[in-house]
Ligand binder design. Structure first.
Ligand code: ATP
Ligand code: MG
Length: 428
């Protein structure tokens, strides 16, 4: 029979890679917990309307990247392409934003976008997102960026990423700027790429985001968003920069940074790397003070960011920033032969697992001769093999063999095994 394949751009995460993912996820959640952020989980499937209303109709995502289908009731549903809209929806529905509450939240999970699959760009990819609701002042903008910086520090990635920062101002400031930009770009309309020509009417700011080289050349002399900022946005941006300076975080102001979604205002930022080719943005975010109202809530300021887990794992691999003790190997492999030994091994291994909960003990299953079991023990990568035959089982003894050290095999009382392993693996 023919084998059934996975869907293009939707990858399996194999055991060889899962320990790196777990390390990354663990590091992120530990850092977030240092700042007292709490996890929220919401469904993968939402009403299509949620994303149309939040992300914006004239965006790459809504125009051509969503997995949208009718369910059996004829209701239009969409696999979430990002988490912010879902997070706001969940908070509104559950009263988490009532009475101007402040929330500091994070989430993790798969997102779905119908894009052209390539390295660092998938159709099912994974994000960790962080959102903060209810704070309008730029101290929270700084806090979010400081969190990301601590994370890169922790992961050993700081030398490989840089922070790009911009303010896109209030909606009035953007409207003024939009007019100036359209006037400028209209002079070169024939030379713009097709998408940008179309966006000149519908969403001209997104042209700044264009990846087309000729369009980028034309943009070099375009008016700058920073010259159009309203006083409040300018002031907030200054304060943000001062707080980042105070935290010792360097950044580059990039006046062309606008982000792909419609709902942003004021602060926008991206962490980019030159180690991953075209897919260089590993983390991106910004302020979206208008979104909560747009989704039916009382107006409330908000800011957040999301990072791409696949891209961060690629970056950890590419730059060799992988902790040495990261592997799927057992620490101990338990070799067992004989009926009595088989029974005794069950009790012994459970006793060890209770005594040393962080030790990885793999008991041989499936029978077979000692020799074959030894080969398995060796191939498993374990440091130590435990060997139990009927004779030892009867006397309450067990053999301990070091697989990676020149060290004499030992026969000890089973009662002393937990102590020996605690010593050998430094678990106390
Ligand atoms: P890009 O410009 O690379 O398409 P984006 O602006 O569409 O990114 P966001 O919506 O801001 O991306 O998502 C935040 C992060 O999620 C990105 O910085 C990236 O690390 C990751 N990401 C986005 N789309 C994908 C994808 N298709 N595959 C893998 N990671 C992705
Ligand atoms: Mg994109």
């Amino acid at each position: 029979m023919a084998k059934i394949q996975s869907i293009r751009g939707m990858n399996d995460l194999l055991p060889v890679d899962s320990s790196l993912w777990q390390y990354l996820e663990r590091t992120v959640s530990d850092v977030l917990s240092q700042y007292s952020y709490n996890e929220i989980r919401f469904p993968i499937l939402e009403q299509t309307e949620l994303f149309k209303r939040s992300i914006g109709e004239v965006t790459d995502i809504v125009e051509k990247e969503m997995y949208t289908f009718d369910d059996r009731n004829g209701e239009s549903l969409t696999l979430r392409p990002e988490g912010t809209a879902c997070c706001v929806r969940a908070c509104l529905q559950n009263g988490l934003l009532d009475n101007q509450q402040i929330q500091r939240l994070w989430y993790a999970g798969p997102m779905f976008r119908y894009e052209r699959p390539q390295k660092g760009r998938l159709r099912q990819f994974h994000q960790i997102g962080v959102e903060s609701f209810g704070v309008a002042t730029p101290d929270i903008d700084a806090e979010l960026i400081i969190i990301t910086a601590r994370l890169w520090q922790q992961l050993g990635l700081m030398p490989y990423v840089k922070l790009e920062l911009n303010s896109i101002g209030s909606s009035e400031a953007r409207a003024n700027y939009r007019a100036a930009l359209v006037e400028y770009l209209n002079q070169y309309i024939d030379q713009l790429d097709e998408d940008s020509q179309r966006r000149l009417d519908s969403n001209p700011l997104r042209i700044l985001d264009s990846k087309n080289a000729q369009t980028q050349t034309i943009l070099e002399n375009a008016p700058s968003l920073l010259d159009y900022l309203d006083d409040e946005s300018r002031n907030d941006f200054e304060q943000l920069k001062q707080q980042l300076d105070a935290a010792g975080i360097s950044y580059q102001v990039n006046p062309k940074l606008v982000r792909g979604l419609d709902y942003y205002s004021k602060t926008v930022f991206e962490w980019v790397t030159d180690q991953l080719g075209a897919q260089g943005t590993v983390c991106a975010g910004g302020r979206y003070d208008g979104l909560i109202e747009q989704l039916g809530g009382k107006p409330s300021p908000a800011i957040g960011f999301a990072m791409g887990i696949e891209r961060l794992c690629l970056l950890l691999q590419e730059t060799g920033q992988i902790p040495e003790d990261l592997n799927n190997n057992p620490d101990v492999y338990f070799v067992v032969a004989g009926d009595k030994a088989q029974l005794a091994s069950v009790a012994v291994s459970e006793h060890i697992r209770t005594a040393l909960p962080t030790l990885k003990l793999m008991k041989h299953c499936g029978g077979g001769k000692f020799k074959r079991q030894f080969k398995k023990a060796n191939d498993s990568g374990a440091e130590i093999a435990l060997i139990l035959g009927d004779d030892e089982a009867e006397q309450g003894l067990i053999n301990v063999k070091w697989l990676r050290q020149e060290r004499e095999q030992q026969t000890i009382a089973v009662d002393d095994l937990a102590d020996l392993l605690a010593e050998a693996f430094n678990r106390h």
